[in-house]
Design a protein around this ligand. Sequence first.
Ligand code: MTE
Ligand code: HPA
Ligand code: MOS
Length: 777
Amino acid sequence: MNQPTAPNRVREAGWQAVGIPRKHESAELHVLGQATYTDDIPELQGTVHAALCLSSKAHANIKSIDLAPVRTSGGVVAVYTAADIVGTNDCGPIIHDDPILSAGEVLYVGQPIFIVVADTHDNARRAARRAVIDYEELPAILTPQEAKAAQSYVLPPMALKRGDFQTAFDLAPRVVKGKLFVGGQEQFYLEGQIAYAIPKEDHGMLVQCSTQHPSEMQHVVAHALGVHSHKVQVECRRMGGGFGGKESQSALWAAAAGIAAAKLKRPVKLRADRDDDMLVTGKRHCFYYEYEVGYDDTGKILAAKVDMTLRAGYSADLSGPVATRAVCHFDNTYYLSDVEILAGCGKTNTQSNTAFRGFGGPQGAIAIEYIIDDIARNLGRDALDIRRVNFYGRAERNITPYGQEIVDNVIEALTADLERSSAYRARRAAIDAFNQTSPVLKKGLALTPLKFGIAFNVTHLNQAGALVHVYVDGSVLVNHGGTEMGQGINTKVMQVVAHELGVSMENLRVTATDTSKVSNTSATAASTGADLNGKAAQDAARQIRERLTAHAIKLYGADDGQPVRFADNAVHVNGHVVPFPELVQKAYLARVQLWSDGFYATPGLHWDPKTMNGHPFSYYAYGAAVSEVVVDTLTGEWKLLRADALYDAGRSLNPAIDIGQVEGAFIQGMGWLTTEQLWWNGAGKLMTHAPSTYKIPGISDCPEDLRVTLYQNDNVEDSIHRSKAVGEPPLLLPFSVFFAIRDAISSVGGHRVNPPLNAPATSEEILRAVSIVELGA
Ligand code: MTE
Ligand code: HPA
Ligand code: MOS
């Protein structure tokens, strides 16, 4: 893996804390094992432990529950059911269809039925299994295909149409039709879901929990307890990963711990065991697609229709915004003139699927990539050429199906760079030659591009706040509404503040995200964490700097030619170089306010959910990757030999962190599309609920040759220091792995047959596709 280097652009003169590689603010604590996660917080005296009893049926009415064996189980302190919830029995983020505890009907295997509290974690878990539950079983819908057939949806289906698909399709010289299934994905954060609720005086509640969305946790706990939000404080210093799984679905755990703590007036910890976590919480939505596309002899798409059915699970959760993002990413980097994009959130008796890195974007875009791959094979052309023919233009063919004009398109140049640097054409020729003489091992190659819209697609969520304190000794404490899940938001926000105040990173500290410091925050999600909170923190720091500037001028006089500069831990004013702490002390004595709040709301966004039109994104991030694989066509085993990724992080705030994000997203996305298979048995029980049966990539799955480069490109929008978001978009880069596998399979039939390859491309799926190609060739 390559070493991050500073971008080789001309630096701005003077102090520079942004745009340079910096280690993660907690790097030392991480490697020393000293970083505090929720479960590491020293437990208060009197702390008790909760566990949840989970439904063993996919759809049933509960006829009766015998809790006596639970109550008499060793160490049990209390048992709470839905009837014990004082406030609202709901933890749904948008639509209130998400009971914290079942109120009589169970809708999936894994649905929580009651909370048991005991002296220890193990005693609570043991007791939870002792209930005798009599179920009246009801018919269950498990797959998106079944949901579509039954017209079973959690929300009304959505449609985005532009032009006249049917006429364009009927007139097209060539057509392709098909079906595709792309599986879901477990977030597999290393730190599982956890909440530690501590009762405070006068019905107050402090909840320490692992969450991407402290404000939502505050609201859900307040509603469940029947108190106002000001009685509930939620704090999260860091998560051991979230990946979207803690955007809404940390709520159940926070609420359950809060309910028990309020009842008992004792601190209650609820830490999910891995199997329970996987059985209870939602995952990335799997998608079932049916598509029809018309194109011409050059491979240009003339008409495209896709009908996507998501497995939403038993409740809506975030499925509406996920489906919207899928609809708005079906175009990926391609101009589609006459298009119909349909999406239905299938209601199934499974976990309620939720946010996962990319949030429907990857699922939308992979469908058009699959279609382009089909077209290329039908025409006997390299798929890269077909991609190029369809790329968005810069001055024309630049309006998305949802009406946003693309003003920052760099996909043409970026792809050309990568084609060159990866020696794509030469390697294609070498692979063709290899495959000619290798009957069993077949190599494959693919280059896939990405475009990803940055902003929450729910406009009002695009806001953030920060609180910056400068203490009298000149040290700086930074707080903001974003949450740290390993992605480095705190490091980036610290860089922004250090840059504004001209002080070094050692002078700064970031504290836990806390609803009592910054209120009404959005989830740290949609890759907007650093964009939004960086701007808010910059706003706060600037206000302090302006007050200090005014005071410095008062003390030392103004030099008209030379503005006051904050750099190198000093303030440069009218020929004087005043150490930062010295000016701060003088300002304090003169009663200058040394702390400030800050706020940011992304300008220019609007969206009409009815017409699915508007300007939902602030800007787009771009990227492309080339992957080369070798597939054993007798066993279905495969290996990624080399991957080259080029990602547009704008003017990167921190190239070291951004390269890490690209590498992580690449491997995580590769796992989604290859080895990570979620499998429910016929009774609707998820059987892959532990790492023994659910295979995330290991170190040996990472290619020895992984070349990640950041594309030098200033954001055209006035984003924080012209950087671009990096959290989610690179998850689309490993499409290249999937299509390289499909390319290797198709070589078995001399590239004449389109291998019907669903994701994940497990060894079994690869063998299935190989055998179909062999029969068809
Ligand atoms: N990186 C790490 N290490 N851990 C995570 O949980 N979550 C991803 C991405 N990168 C994640 C991560 C997701 S889903 C999002 S939306 C972004 O980080 C959120 O962080 P940001 O907006 O601050 O980039
Ligand atoms: N990403 C993540 N979470 C969200 C989004 C999004 O685009 N929209 C609403 N919640
Ligand atoms: Mo990320 S899926 O938006 O939390």
